[in-house]
Write a protein that binds this ligand. Sequence first.
Ligand code: UTP
Length: 407
Amino acid sequence: MNQDNIRQLLEKYGQTHLLQFEDSICDSEKDILYNQIASVDWDFLKSLNKNSTENLSVIEPLDALSIDDINEKKSVYNSIGTKAIQEGKLCLLLLAGGQGTRLGHDRPKGCFNMGITKEMTIFSLLMNHTLKIVQETNTWIHMYIMTSDINYNDTTQFFEENNYFGYNPDYIHFFVQELNPATDFNGKILMNSPHTLALSPNGNGGWFSSMNRAGLLQEIFDNPIEWINVFAVDNVLQGIADPVFLGATIDSGKMCGAKVVRKAFPEEKVGAICKENGKPHIIEYYELSEEMTYQKNDDGTLAYGFGVILNYLFPISRLKETLNNKMPLHVVKKTVPYINNNKELVEPTEPNGLKFETLALDLIHEMDDCLVFEVDREKEFAPVKNKSGVDSIDTARELLKKNGYEL
Ligand code: UTP
């Protein structure tokens, strides 16, 4: 695209301010800027004008397999899941492309040290959880790790330096997710230098098409892999490749599975699993009406009382069918460093911009039904989202200690 085309494009989308420093940058910087502008998928701007209140959906509760139900059939589920793992039917996907802005750590979140007297990084914890299953099943399981352009080098180097935490490197596959521009609250794209746009990872829902773009799907299709266990980097007690979860999902005959925890209290700020127009769905805490927040089942438990913890099992065959569907983008308010008109870098402490993200919850909606699988939050849910307070380093450390870890 030449300079004139770039200007026309920016005029069309009301973004000509991106050329405001054009006269002060050298030719190679101009190339970088034009390339970044040319590769923007401008559809992201459409999500700004979507009216989120326009919603004609029917929301209903979705029942879960409780811990008691699971314990009753645990050995059956375990042997079904173990057999499937040994037959090579499971692969793993670690979502590690996020920027972790709330934690404010300057490296990938997985490199964060949870230890106090010794090093115990989040990545090492997750890899150890997985290695335990590898040992129990005597089977290496392929693990795909999604990074972004921003943290790819740091993440891959960290794995190399740590000898893949004892995992077989032939079974570890990194790939990079796409980036979207971040804007100010008026939809104007922010810049983080005179020749670069403020780009950020496009969310945790678009991983299947990113794997496709990275050329990784063919090897999955060529293998006997039927299931992918997708999980977040920031739960240090994450139950990965859990044979009981896999076995229960297979046994249920349902299309996918979601690990959930029972809400600690009705107003807890977690997405609750439910049905929307008959399809599995995740409703955010702020979308629940007051009536739904406190609604009870006949047995007195909360009707919308199971929160998702970003640990899912998806069937490869269904994902393949949805590959060409464009995922909706959600507009999220976040802190975005940017340069002002004087080219000074501003690092806000409060949200100042909008990011455009695909979300894993939209994939759930593509499934016909879902096994909701309850886990014990004290044993499997220790999220590290914030520096302090709720879901923070301190709360996660406490939970690690409760589970016998010496930090
Ligand atoms: P979060 O929604 O907590 O986002 O990610 P985040 O970027 O890590 O943190 P904040 O909101 O900026 O503080 C949940 C999971 O999804 C992954 C994260 O790495 C984490 O495992 N994720 C998120 C991606 O892989 N890509 C993304 O674009 C966003």
